[in-house]
Design a protein around this ligand. Structure first.
Ligand code: ADP
Length: 489
């Protein structure tokens, strides 16, 4: 019998996406199916989700969930088997799932995502018709009250729960006075409960009460146990080291397939990388860059934030002329960074190009046309763009942190000799290190034979979900076999 996983998430590709979480939640179900796990995805009923939901049936009605009426609908969207939490007061809002049009968090985010977790815990407890998951995966803070509710409910039917951390920077911290509104007992506001520096910490609770904690790369799993990267939760995470796993993300290799990709000017594979030249030319035209086939064209596809180290890149732009490089940057985010790149592009026309906004098709063209893809993050739980880059023959230039460290093999002399090198790594969080990394990339690019070898090694890397899905399936299986059902003492 396949296991049934209830995946609780605030975004899922292709319905609603602000970042890597959506990609993971969207791609894992198909990958897990191959490993004997059926996934039912629980997601809020945002307009984009309601629009795509097919064959919906009401499976549960809540006269009042947290502080609003709601119901659970079961249906499909493409291949995704969905449970949708329809609560119009909470989720029938346009735009970003977390922010209003003023760019600020919705003021009732605590209630909105507590409702998601409350519904998930009810599903786990067998209170929702036709829904009997064997195991639950709670993604990020938005789903992190799920194990918390299960803990305080002490239900007769208890299932193992996995808290997955995609980014520890977002923890879901809310005022203490909401405890009652969330339906948590007074004694939950304690060090060994959800209390977190005088407030309520959703992710803290999830980490504390989940049966296992995963994050999205082995290096990040180690980093978050340290004060430098633990964002205040390192002590708790260190205490849970015995159940903390790093499982790398993959990418959807059907969506990201350079041999069939309709967003490319020219499709290609590892045997026909010369065809990338047409994509490079298209990219140079699109970004207003000089039509120079010999320039080192460096692409960036990113949220424009400090996390991603793009303030450092701004400072490094004067080097681009000296190393004969061009920049094609696609992103949106911090206003100061957006302005900075727009100004830099105006000052260095033909060499620096930037497009602000979110554009899937252009992201694909950047991967298929750039010589290199730069990811200079200060921290990076896994990172997906470098995985796409490997598959598309854009040599990743990455800082040595988190999943970037685990997925890119630096072109050191030894790695070059042994044929293992797939990219260039540099130390994070410093301008000299970034400049050094760019200079190394330029030197490598100057040796076209060596560059092509690194590119081919990258394209041969398995970046699919196959191996990670097997790891998740094995973890779920272990937890279910460990027999965590029944109330925990
Ligand atoms: P994060 O989740 O921290 O933003 P990841 O690298 O894990 O970073 O995932 C980012 C995902 O979002 C990738 O699939 C990337 O291609 C995509 N992405 C980021 N910014 C843009 C953009 N401006 N336009 C199109 N896709 C983008």
């Amino acid at each position: 019998m396949p296991l049934t996983l209830l995946s609780v998430t605030s975004e899922v590709y292709p319905l609603v996406k602000t970042g890597g979480l959506a990609d993971v939640a969207g791609a894992l179900p198909a990958a897990l199916a191959g490993a004997g796990v059926h996934t039912l995805t629980l997601i809020p009923g945002y307009p984009a989700v309601m629009k795509r939901l097919e064959g919906a049936e009401t499976v549960h009605e809540y006269p009042r969930l947290i502080d609003t009426p709601a119901r659970l609908l079961r249906g499909k969207a493409g291949a995704l088997d969905l449970l949708v939490l329809e609560a119009p007061d909470y989720f029938d809002r346009p735009g970003n799932p977390y922010l209003g049009s003023d760019g600020l968090d919705w003021s009732d985010n605590a209630q909105r995502f507590a409702a998601l977790s409350r519904a998930a815990a009810d599903c786990a407890a067998g209170k929702v018709a036709g829904v009997l998951p064997d195991v639950v995966q709670a993604h990020d803070w938005q789903a992190a009250l799920t194990p918390v509710y299960q803990h305080y409910d002490v239900p007769a039917r208890r299932v193992p729960m996995v808290q997955t951390i995609h980014n520890l920077a977002f923890q879901g911290i809310f005022p203490a006075h909401l405890l009652g509104v969330l339906g948590l007992p007074a004694h939950a506001f304690a060090l060994n409960g959800v209390e977190y520096h005088g407030q309520i910490g959703y992710l803290k609770g999830g980490i504390l009460f989940a049966d296992a904690v995963t994050t999205v790369s082995p290096t990040y799993a180690a980093e978050i146990r340290t004060p430098g990267q633990g964002m205040g939760l390192n002590g708790l995470l260190d205490g849970r080291a015995d159940v903390l796993n790093g499982i790398l993300n993959g990418i959807d290799v059907d969506v990201w397939d350079p041999s069939t990709d309709a967003a490319l000017t020219a499709t290609f594979d590892a045997a026909s990388t010369a065809r990338r030249a047409a994509n490079k030319a298209a990219l140079q035209a699109r970004f207003g860059l000089d039509a120079d086939p010999d320039a080192l064209l460096i692409g960036v596809v990113s949220r424009l934030t400090e996390q991603k180290g793009l303030d450092l890149l701004l400072s490094a732009l004067p080097d681009f002329a000296a190393i004969g490089a061009q920049l094609a940057l696609l992103g949106s985010g911090d206003r100061a960074l957006e302005d900075g790149f727009v100004n830099a592009a105006a000052e260095a026309q033909g060499r620096i190009g930037c497009v602000l906004g979110y554009d899937e098709g252009l992201a694909h063209l950047i991967q298929g046309g750039s010589d290199a893809l730069l990811v200079p993050s200060r921290f990076e739980p896994c990172g997906l763009t470098q995985l796409c880059a490997l598959r598309y023959g854009a040599v990743p230039l990455v800082s040595r942190v988190g999943g970037l460290n685990d997925t890119v093999i630096d072109a050191s002399p030894v790695a070059l000799r042994s044929g293992a090198a797939t990219g260039v790594q540099f130390e994070p969080d410093s301008l000299p290190a970034l400049r050094g990394g760019l200079a190394r990339a330029a030197r490598l690019f100057a040796d076209r034979h060596e560059w092509a070898t690194v590119q081919k090694n990258g394209m041969a890397t398995d970046v699919s979900w196959d191996a990670p899905a097997r790891e998740y399936a094995a973890l779920f299986d272990r937890l279910v076999r460990a027999g965590t059902s029944g109330p925990r003492a």
